[in-house]
Write a protein that binds this ligand. Structure first.
Ligand SMILES: Cc1cc2nc3c(=O)[nH]c(=O)nc-3n(C[C@H](O)[C@H](O)[C@H](O)COP(=O)(O)OP(=O)(O)OC[C@H]3O[C@@H](n4cnc5c(N)ncnc54)[C@H](O)[C@@H]3O)c2cc1C
Length: 442
């Protein structure tokens, strides 16, 4: 049986203790709200204190078809919102690559989707939030009311209080089906040209990269552009899962052999050049959700994801360098995703997305050599003026964190004194926070 609290990377670490929402203010020691553990590392853990499990608070409180605003309890999953909204021709304005995420967890990480170049992050579509704090009465906040707290909470990784309600403005769509235009490209430079030429004409854009291709095929892949089709219906019932990975194999099933076969198959399956197809919404947005527990395939040591964003200026060279670095280390990334973020500003104080290119690499954790690779990827990212994603991370240094998020102290000033996470302890608090720590009492 899976433990009650996991993070998606399954990297181990101390067991987590859970407490109920009622009474969290008076619990001993520090606490941290927990959504559905789809963060990859330790930003959703609090080993020295307790987690407040929000999954039971999962009612949709109202949906106004006129304004398109849905009001939810914090533990409502994105799939619930998609199901409730679809009959009205409404859809999530931004969705990450899995629908098994709570709305409050998605707000707390200010998640991005394949339409960042058009609509920015999820936080831009949050009309208002209700926040419980240990040091003041329950507070409603929005871009206009208690705006500083609102901005700190969007992307604030749960540190500014416990979100107990979210009002989200949905997006109108003609159907859930996606008209997908794919461009198979032969080399990395082709991606940049295709993305420049086509991103702005489409709602969605994301590229898969064959990270194992070398020589003149280095950086080859498939750019997948998409728009909601004018016809295709509004049924949000997802396709049945293809299967479940029932247990963790003793060794990672994702070795060089299986990766090479997978990449060749994936690349070869895409028609040469440009092709078009209408695809189901869930297969476009959430292909990985079809295999329940796929993260177990990474084996007993778990999965390390590295997501970076580098500014547009100099970004192409940085992406090339990041991919070359991974190739040099000889560690294959099972899933490599490249996307151009737009310049729509994020409302969150510590939001990860910013204009430029974001590259995501997934590695089976192979111990010190994976950590060495990750540190090199960090160094390339920081040298390029970029940032490393904190909610995908379990090991970045405090210096990398500070370089990625120079305004972290402003969030620290807004942090609820009762709330802490393993990530914040490991990064921000090592940089010399000036506030008393909740653990002082532990
Ligand atoms: C297959 C897969 C694909 C993904 N694709 C993307 C993607 O495309 N884009 C992207 O941005 N992310 C992506 N992610 C990451 C995922 O979307 C985020 O980590 C998401 O925020 C996780 O939400 P959760 O509900 O599981 O929350 P958790 O991971 O449990 O927690 C996330 C954060 O929210 C805080 N939190 C939880 N509940 C509350 C609350 N009630 N009040 C205040 N804070 C709270 C926690 O303290 C924590 O800091 C992906 C993850 C997976 C597994």
């Amino acid at each position: 049986m899976s433990p009650r609290f996991e993070s998606w990377g399954r990297l181990g670490g101390p067991a987590q203790t859970g407490i109920a929402l009622a009474g969290w203010r008076t619990a001993a020691g520090s606490v941290l709200p927990y959504g559905n553990g789809r963060s990859y590392g330790d930003s959703c853990f609090n080993s020295a204190g307790a987690l407040v499990d929000m999954r039971g608070r999962n009612r949709i409180l109202g949906l106004d078809p006129e304004t398109g605003v849905i009001r939810c309890e914090p533990g409502v999953m994105l799939w619930q919102i998609a199901e409730a909204a679809a009959p009205y021709g409404l859809f999530l304005p931004v969705t990450p690559g899995t629908r098994f995420v709570t709305i409050a967890g998605a707000v707390a990480n200010d998640v991005h989707g394949k339409n960042h170049h058009r609509r920015g992050t999820l936080g831009r579509h949050v009309a208002s939030l209700r926040l419980e704090r240990s040091d003041r009465a329950t507070t409603d906040c929005s871009p206009t009311d208690n705006a500083a707290l609102f901005s700190a909470t969007i992307g604030g990784m749960g540190l500014t209080g416990i979100i107990t309600e979210v009002a989200l403005t949905l997006m109108r769509v003609p159907s859930l089906a996606i008209r997908q235009v794919s461009h198979r490209f032969e080399r990395l430079d082709d991606y940049f040209e295709l993305s420049d030429a086509h991103d702005d004409d489409h709602e969605y854009s994301v590229a898969w990269i064959d990270q194992l291709a070398r020589g003149d095929r280095f950086g080859r892949g498939v750019l997948m552009l998409g728009d909601h089709a004018s016809e295709g219906g509004l049924d949000a019932t997802p396709a049945r899962p293809l299967g479940t990975v029932p247990f963790t194999p003793p060794l990672s099933a994702l070795n060089r052999l299986t990766l090479t076969a997978f990449n060749a198959l994936y690349y070869g399956r895409a028609p040469m050049g440009r092709s078009e197809a209408t695809v189901r919404w869930d297969s476009y947005f959430y292909p990985l959700d079809r295999v329940i527990g796929w993260n177990r395939l990474y084996g007993p040591r778990g999965l390390m994801q590295h997501q970076s964003v580098v500014p547009e200026r100099g970004g192409r060279e940085a992406v090339r360098e990041l991919l070359s670095c991974a190739a040099r280390h000889g560690q294959g990334s099972f899933l490599t995703v490249l996307k151009r973020f737009g310049d729509v500003p994020s409302p969150g104080l510590l939001s990860f997305p910013r204009a430029g290119y974001t590259l995501t690499l997934d590695f089976p954790h192979a111990g010190p050599r994976t950590l060495a690779l990750m540190a090199e990827l960090d160094a390339i990212t920081v040298a390029a003026g970029g940032a490393v994603n904190p909610y995908k991370d379990a090991r970045m240094s405090p210096a990398t964190f500070a370089a990625s998020f120079p305004n972290w102290r402003t969030l620290e000033a807004q942090r609820d004194p009762k709330i802490l996470s393993d990530f914040w302890r490991r990064t921000a608090l090592q940089l010399g926070a000036e506030r008393p720590l909740a653990e002082a009492a532990e």
